[in-house]
Every structure is written in C-alpha cells, then in structure tokens.
Design a protein around this ligand. Sequence first.
Ligand code: URP
Ligand code: ZN
Ligand code: ZN
Length: 485
Amino acid sequence: MSTTVIKNGTIVTADLTYKADVLIEGGVITAIGPNLMGETSLDATGCYVMPGGIDPHTHLEMPFMGTYSTDDFESGTRAALAGGTTMVIDFALPSPGQSLLEAITMWDNKSTRANCDYSFHMAITWWGEQVFNEMETVVKDKGITTFKHFMAYKGALMVDDDEMYASFSRVGELGGIAMVHAENGDVVAQLQQKLLAAGNNGPEAHAYSRPAEVEGEATNRAIMIADMTGTPLYVVHTSCEQSHEAIRRARQKGMRVWGEPLIQHLTLDESEYAHPDWDHAARRVMSPPFRNKLHQDSLWAGLSAGSLQVVATDHCAFTTEQKRYGVGDFTKIPNGTGGLEDRMPMLWTYGVGTGRLTMNEFVAVTSTNIAKILNCYPKKGAVLVGADADLVVWDPEKSKTISAGTQQSAIDYNVFEGKHVKGLPRFTLTRGHVAIHDGEVRTEEGHGKFVARKPVTPTNTALSTWKELTSPRKVERSGIPASGV
Ligand code: URP
Ligand code: ZN
Ligand code: ZN
C-alpha cells in the first residue's frame, strides 16, 4: 500500500494547534508526529493541516419547484473539494406518497458519481403507516438517522403539526434526530398572495413574504414538539435572531437542539434583493431569505458562543434560466443558492480573518461539530490515527477573487461574485487521494463512498412534559355521573 506524508505543517483541530507531520496509508491516518517519511510527500510549509470540511446540508440534482437543482453529485462534490470540503450530506427526498426506500435507491443512483464521501438525511414529506414502518429500515439497514421536516412549501413538501408530532415521536423511538426547515408555511402562503394581489411580483417580495417572525414562530413550535416527544432537534438554515433565541433558550434548559447558520446568511444581506437587476435579485432567492445586519451579528455571536454549532451551505444551485421561471411571479422562482466551493474560504476570511472565530472554532463549526452531532466522528471530522484521511492543507496566504468564470459549480453565476477571500486549500485529500493540488483539480469521479451512520442520540428529557404524555396517569374515581342528555 502506498504511503503519503504531509510534512512541515501545523495541525489545527477543534481543540489543539501543534506542529506535526501526518502519515497516510490506505486512505486513513496511520501516524502523527515529527519527522515522518512516506513514498509521496506533500509540503505543508506555512500551512494549517485541518480535517476536511463537512457540509451537512446540500441538495444535489434535487427535483424542486418544477425543475432539478443543476449541480449534481459530480459537479457538486468537485466544487466541494476545490473549496476544502471533503464530505457532503444530501437529502433523499421522496415525493409525497412515495416510498422512503424508493427515494433512497434514487439517491444511491445519483451519488455513484460523487468525488468525495457523502451521507444522506431522509426528508419526511408525507405521513402514513408505510412511512412509519419504513423509517425503521431507513435507520437500521440504510444508515440514515436524521429526518427532515419542511414546515414551509405549503401544498408541496410541507408537513402539518399532527404529521410532525407523529414523525418526531417515531424518530425519537428509533434514536434519530429530527430536523426542521423552520418557517410557518401557512403564514408565508398568505403573505405571498397578499403581495401578489398588491402587484408586488418581483424577487424582493420573496423576502417580504418570509420575515424573521415566521422563522421564529416555526422554530419555537418545532422545539416544543421536540420537547413533547423527547426528540433531539436540528434546525437547518437558522437565519435570524428569533430562531437563534429559541434555540439558545432550549439549550439553556438542557435540550438537545442544534442550529445551523449558512455561509450565505452570515455574509450576504437583504440589500441584495433591492438590486435594480431582476436576475441579480432572483439569483439570491432562497428560503429563508437574506436578513439584515442585526440578524447576521446574532448568527456570528452564536457561533463564537456555541449556541449555534455548525455552518452549512444548503447548496441548491439553479441557473439564471431556471430562476427566470419566476418572471412576473416571485413565488415561482426556484428557491436556492450555491456555496459549496466558497463556504470554507468565506468563513475563514470573514470569521478567522476578522477575529470573530478562532482557527479551532473554524474547524469545529465546519467539520468536527458536524461529525459529532451527526455521528460519523472520528471517522470524519478528525485528525487522529485511524480517522479517514479527509484533510485540507490550508494556505492562509493564498487569495483569490470569487468569480463564476473560475468556479467548479455548473451554474452561470456566483452569489459571492467579486468577494476577495484570503485562505484557500493548497491540497484537499479525500481518503488520502489528492483531489486538489494547488488549484489544479484531480478529482476521481466515483471515488466517493456512502457513509452509514448509527443511531445513538439519547432522548431529550429537559423541560419536559414528554414523560407525562407518554405514560399518562389515569385518575381512579369512586363514581362517574350519568351523561347529561
Ligand atoms: O431555498 C432553499 N433553501 N432551497 C433549498 C431547499 C430548502 O429549503 O432547504
Ligand atoms: Zn430548507
Ligand atoms: Zn435545504
């Protein structure tokens, strides 16, 4: 078996910063220490050797809003590796009424082209006995332990509270984690109709129809249902103070609740929707929408204080042509933006580069926390002997201006166009294979493997009414009055 050594670098983990070489054999780390030798040597002088990024939230080649997201598992994972991300977790999405197992087979087929390792979350888009039964197979046989519920997209993917309560209960029983897209879909639908009726049909109305209040309300509701069912909860794309506040409060009370800001919400604001160019604004239509500076400050504070734990992209990339489905009606603009290639450089530049995050916090929120919460640590998210050699050799002096012209993503624009980033991969390794070498792409289509995850997360017992609800005490009475007919 050939050996590779990463020499002269400084290892940065979620906990430690120290100088050592890293030896790789058969795709895993086999030694860490001084003066290691291997057949191939990668020079990390002046660089940080970190666990490769894990993006816990992507939608590759996903059928959505009358089309498919344009980046597939090949271009999406190539973009990921170019930016230092070595694992993605995508959502298997059954259409309402479809078998969960059938959806997994579809996602298995798409993902054969992946350039880096990946895992799946399961979306619960409808409810019934079949879903209830299949969930056990999904967890026990398919290695998928996280179940996402859309509280928005009424009439398409949205689930009601009764379905959410039933599904959360089942997730809890199976030792999984419930996930939510937290926006009140009923209120959004009302606001959309009001705006359209008043002639507000441009992309800016997308943001007006999804204020922070609808996200805050849904996050609070999901937390309460998670509490009542004793189920751990992961809130995807947390974008505002109202949602962050609910998560903070639940965690303070001892609940297992996690929040996931996106790099887009951290670095782009609502002024993007006021741009005079329709395409510019529509390209940035995603849910939740970009917010103002106060919300951004809240998200940054949450990452440094630990009340928000991970940074994702929700990469769901549509071309300009696809975005134009919504000319004349903003509700038809496919929701989603890209970011897989830019998450790590943008977070380094705007987080570490500005002093908002330490390097160790950067590793925690882009990789290690994600692997721990989603239970693939220390195979992933670690620089440890025995861990997969999913590594990024990070050059803090390397810089570039982000441009669609040089990106790996298959779409024709980039929402971060023109942003100057300092801090980029010198090498990205996926299970020991050097996929990115000083900007040169050496990915291998099909190299990526599925990472199965086991259920371990225990029940939430914090607040909580869940015990009384699961074993209610019947009051014995000596006499029962006749019914009053
Ligand atoms: O606008 C978004 N976020 N599109 C992707 C689907 C989702 O809601 O996560
Ligand atoms: Zn969502
Ligand atoms: Zn998403």
